[in-house]
Design a protein around this ligand. Structure first.
Ligand code: M6R
Length: 366
């Protein structure tokens, strides 16, 4: 059932062009710029008039929530707060009937997320679920929702579920934004056209597998890694670091690149691999300076850049070139090389990739 792949994780990484497509199929018709999502229809006004949106999730799903914060605030202009379900539920949060809570969970069984939902519900909030597993506890506990159509995810490290979640959240941000009139029509149409091309661009990105395997061989014995990104790529930095930690047991930290100077820069020396996600977007010039800061301290820079970039390749030790897209959609591409990097490093270290030690696929304990 691994479809010829050595591990489920690799199979699932390679399934992403398909799982992203499946998650937008029937929800977006690019030819006539049409967006629709069954689960949202009934709550469209509620979403459009919401004073704020709270997102609760854990782990990788929480990272998808962070991407959604950028998307919804930019496209729909509604304030968003992204919460770890486990913190939210234990701190007497302020929630009321005007709030919309989006709960994100691949398994739909994560105990902390479920408890956060129950708490928000008891305070009268409307709960919208984004789950992958049909009929799961979280899917059943919500008022409405939209499934990700990623198919079963077996590897403990979440990969295709993340990109499916981001796809659905992108559609939601676009739908609310167009309902509220906060996205210009031309921009909406451009985003729809770009989103349509994402599966093919993920396919392109997957062709970098061999090159990433070579880079992995160089750094497989590192004891620490730093991941840096800004804007839409900041959550991707967190996700890249989480992937490496959980399957290769290498300590890794993800940081917003500008925060480096407030502490983590002290860690950088010639032993430290620093993965910088530095695609061409509104924070590009700023991240160029961050790469310079790392190089000035002799850190090893593995840069994920947009095809055709020449500035960062002139400074970085290794360059991974991914296709161009709107910055709103970049996480769908930029996360892929990081998934592959962690996968290859874990395999080279002889780790049990699909079932890493101490971890379960769904965390049903509190
Ligand atoms: O099933 P969920 O999306 O609710 O799971 C949340 C986390 O437990 C999960 O994303 C975990 O962090 C993964 N192992 C990350 O790869």
């Amino acid at each position: 059932e691994k479809g010829g792949y050595e591990h489920f994780m690799l199979k699932e990484i390679f399934e992403q062009p398909r799982s992203i497509l499946d998650s937008m199929r029937g929800r977006m018709i690019a030819e006539n710029n049409h967006l629709m999502m069954g689960g949202i229809r009934e709550y469209e006004n509620k979403f459009a008039n919401a004073q704020r949106i709270l997102i609760v999730a854990c782990g990788t799903s929480w990272h998808a929530g962070l991407v959604a914060e950028y998307l919804i605030e930019d496209l729909a202009r509604i304030p968003v707060e992204v919460e770890y379900a486990s913190e939210f539920r234990y701190r007497n949060p302020i929630v009321n009937e005007n709030d919309i809570v989006i709960a994100i969970s691949q398994s739909g069984e994560t105990a902390d997320t479920l408890a956060a939902i129950e708490l928000a519900k008891s305070k009268g909030a409307t709960i919208f679920g984004i789950c992958n597993v049909v009929g799961s506890s979280i899917a059943r506990a919500t008022d409405a929702g939209a499934y990700t159509h990623a198919g079963p995810e077996i590897g403990v490290a979440s990969t295709k579920a993340f990109t499916a979640q981001v796809t659905v959240l992108t559609l939601i941000a676009m739908i609310i934004g167009s309902k509220r009139g906060t996205i210009e029509t031309s921009k909406l149409h451009q985003l729809i056209a770009e989103l349509e091309q994402i599966p093919a661009k993920v396919e392109e990105t997957l062709k970098l597998d061999k090159q990433i395997e070579e880079i992995s061989a160089i750094y497989k014995d590192a004891t620490n890694f730093l991941y840096l990104g800004r804007g839409y790529n900041f959550p991707v930095a967190l996700e890249g670091a989480l992937k490496l930690k959980e399957i290769s047991y290498i300590h890794a930290e993800g940081y917003p690149a500008a925060e480096m100077k407030h502490g983590p820069i002290a860690l950088i020396d010639e032993q430290m691999p620093v993965v910088v996600i530095a695609t061409k977007d509104s924070s590009y010039e700023k991240i160029v300076s961050n790469v310079q800061e790392v190089k000035a301290r002799k850190g090893k820079v593995i840069a994920v850049v947009t095809e055709g970039d020449t500035t960062i390749p002139a400074m970085a030790d290794h360059v991974i070139e991914i296709p161009e897209t709107s910055e709103h959609l970049m996480p769908l591409l930029s996360v892929v090389p990081l998934q592959l990097l962690s996968y290859h490093i874990a395999v080279m270290r002889g780790c049990n990739v699909d079932q890493p030690r101490n971890l379960a696929k769904s965390v049903t304990v509190e």
